[in-house]
Design a protein around this ligand. Structure first.
Ligand code: HEC
Length: 191
């Protein structure tokens, strides 16, 4: 007969910590919070997510007859939530609940002897793409948290299809995401 052994409380506490850490890492919690069906609260903590790439002056011209506007005066920084990053690393697919953040900064060149190039100065815009097929029939929905007067909004409604989705649908390499421009995702070794 196996004698019931007393489990030390220290050991139990240790297990609890491991479980807690495990669930934080697997991030069962959604990366963003919705109000009602479609209104997205401004995402938080994304600067601690996975940074997948940065671009400067990258832009598809929506009106072919006009030359593309020169937008090289800003940097575009792109983040993905860690749980989606881990899943993409494993399967090459973006799971439900994937969130991308596009944070834009102004570009600044400093007049300083011997210094060249430009750096990121002020945060100027915040956009998000969320994959959630239960809420959005297209799968992905797109949001902006700028009020047009230089302030950040606390929440945002999704854009209509023609504003954002269509360009992403037509030109992005992987499931509406511009992985062709994000070296961290593009060059991942597949397991
Ligand atoms: C004419 C094409 C086009 C349109 C329209 C467009 N985007 Fe994008 N989007 C891009 C490109 C190109 C990138 C690649 C990253 C970059 O800009 O540096 C991108 C990247 C993004 C990303 C990062 C994740 C990803 O999908 O690659 C988000 C978030 C995003 N766009 C949001 C929006 C929102 C919100 C709108 C509508 C207001 C919008 N986009 C409209 C071309 C477009």
């Amino acid at each position: 007969m196996i004698k019931p052994r007393k489990i030390s409380p220290v050991l139990l506490a240790g297990f609890a910590v491991v479980l807690k850490l495990g669930s934080a890492f697997c991030a069962d919690k959604p990366a963003v919070v919705f109000e009602g069906k479609e209104t997205l609260r401004r995402p938080e903590g994304y600067r601690q997510w996975v940074f997948v790439g940065s671009s400067m002056g990258l832009r598809y011209n929506q009106e072919p007859e006009k030359p593309a506007a020169n937008k090289s005066d800003r940097f575009n920084n792109v983040y993905i939530n860690p749980a989606a990053f881990h899943e993409f690393t494993r399967s090459g697919k973006f799971p439900e609940g994937t969130v991308f953040i596009l944070e834009i900064t102004s570009a600044e060149a400093k007049a300083e002897p011997g210094l060249q190039g430009s750096y990121q100065k002020d945060f100027t815009a915040l956009e998000a793409a969320v994959k959630d097929s239960k809420r959005f029939p297209d799968g992905w929905a797109y949001f902006s948290f700028d009020d047009g007067k230089g302030k950040r909004k606390d929440k945002a409604a999704p854009f209509p299809r023609s504003s954002c989705f269509e360009c992403h649908h037509q030109k992005a390499a992987t499931d509406h995401v511009f992985t062709q421009f994000y070296p961290v995702l593009r060059d991942l070794p597949r397991k």
